[in-house]
Design a protein around this ligand. Structure first.
Ligand code: AN7
Length: 352
């Protein structure tokens, strides 16, 4: 039942023309994983779940939006698509565009895209262009190119991206039987928080599924929505959300406010600590994807969120394998032990 992709599963809830043939990799239907030990660690007697979006076909939530954007690009007869990307959009656009027989052109900020994302984009057959500039500059270029040529823009300014991504809210409501009390997620270009709010409000209007309070989390060095102004030189270890001027910033602020939630910033240290916490619960996510848990932890500690008796969902947007360097660059190299039983055995007993 669930191996049909988000368009076939939720088509009646999506604003797509009748009869278009989905370009799908059977994205969506990601697990909502209970993490009771993590809830304990955050100090609460509450139900905490991770919506693990890293288990989508290209390893991030972008696939939900990309199936819709590429389906529509193909239906319009487009031969090429373009996007700016911190990496995940690039890999996703490449996979879906190539599957539909289109060119995928991606602009990325030089040197700031995690290895697993760049490798993915290339493996799927994207034409990758680096610029010595930020994501925000790259986005401005691709918008202009899409306006002046017949190349289709597949960043989340494309409304079909949001149509696809809002299906994650439907899945959460379908699994829990209603909306959670809080939804915590990272915010970069702000397409995803906008999509979740669309999805929850749409479902609630028909099914009375309830509305979550939304906690959007930015990285302190890239926190335009917290500061109230664009950031010219965004910096953060969470390169996915290294974005200084979010395209859907207004909608993100609106979603946070209307939901009775907020957008906050967390430090890189808090993000990496949350990544470690998640991994110790068996869930390895890329740094940006740990921001939701980092934010929740900070809010609980500060008494800003009282989790007791609540259902809380943190969205983990991308898989840890997207950014192996963040782990390997900080690890102590595994000890080299002679290849004999006694040495290995002595080593294990000497350990803890
Ligand atoms: C893992 O790929 O912007 O707030 O170009 O890769 O909807 O932008 C990625 C964003 C969160 C933020 N988590 O989502 C891109 C890109 C991960 C991400 C976000 C991104 P938005």
């Amino acid at each position: 039942m669930n191996h049909e992709g988000v368009i076939n599963r939720y088509r009646q809830w999506m604003d797509l023309p009748e009869g278009v043939e989905p370009v799908t990799l059977l994205e969506g239907n990601t697990p909502l994983i209970p993490v009771p030990a993590l809830a304990d660690e955050l100090g609460g007697n509450f139900d905490l779940y991770i919506k693990f979006e890293g288990l989508n076909p290209t390893g991030s939530f972008k696939d939900r939006g990309m199936t819709a954007a590429i389906t529509m690009a193909k239906a319009k007869g487009a031969k090429s698509v373009i996007c700016a990307s911190t990496g995940n959009t690039a890999a996703s656009a490449a996979a879906y565009a190539r599957r539909a027989g289109m060119r995928a052109i991606v602009l990325i900020p030089d040197g700031k895209v995690a290895l697993g994302k760049l490798a993915g984009a290339i493996a799927y057959g994207a034409e990758v262009i680096q610029i010595p500039g930020s994501f925000d500059e790259a986005l401005a270029f691709v918008v202009e190119i899409s306006q002046k040529s017949d190349v289709e823009l597949v960043n989340s300014l494309n409304p079909y991206r949001l149509e696809g991504q809002k299906t994650a809210a439907f899945e959460i409501c379908d699994t829990l039987g209603k909306a959670p009390d809080w939804l915590c997620l990272p915010v970069g270009n702000a397409g995803n928080i906008t999509s979740y709010w669309m999805g929850f409000t749409q479902y609630h209007a028909v099914k009375q599924s309830g509305l979550p309070q939304i906690l959007g989390v930015q990285a302190a060095g890239s926190a335009p929505l917290v500061l109230g102004h664009a950031v010219d030189h965004p910096e953060t270890v969470a390169t996915a959300i290294r974005i200084g001027n979010p395209a859907r910033g207004e909608e993100a602020l609106n979603a946070a406010e209307k939901s009775g939630g907020r957008i906050i910033a967390v430090t890189d240290e808090e993000i990496l600590a949350a990544q470690t916490l998640l991994a110790s619960n068996g869930i390895w996510v890329e740094p940006a994807s740990a921001a939701g848990i980092a934010g929740l932890k900070a809010q609980i500690a500060a008494g800003q969120i009282d989790p007791h008796g609540k259902k809380i969902v943190a969205v983990c947007t991308g898989h840890g394998m997207k950014d192996p360097d963040i782990i390997t660059s900080r690890m102590t190299k595994p000890t080299l032990v002679p290849a004999n039983f006694d040495a290995i055995s002595a080593f294990i007993q000497g350990g803890k």
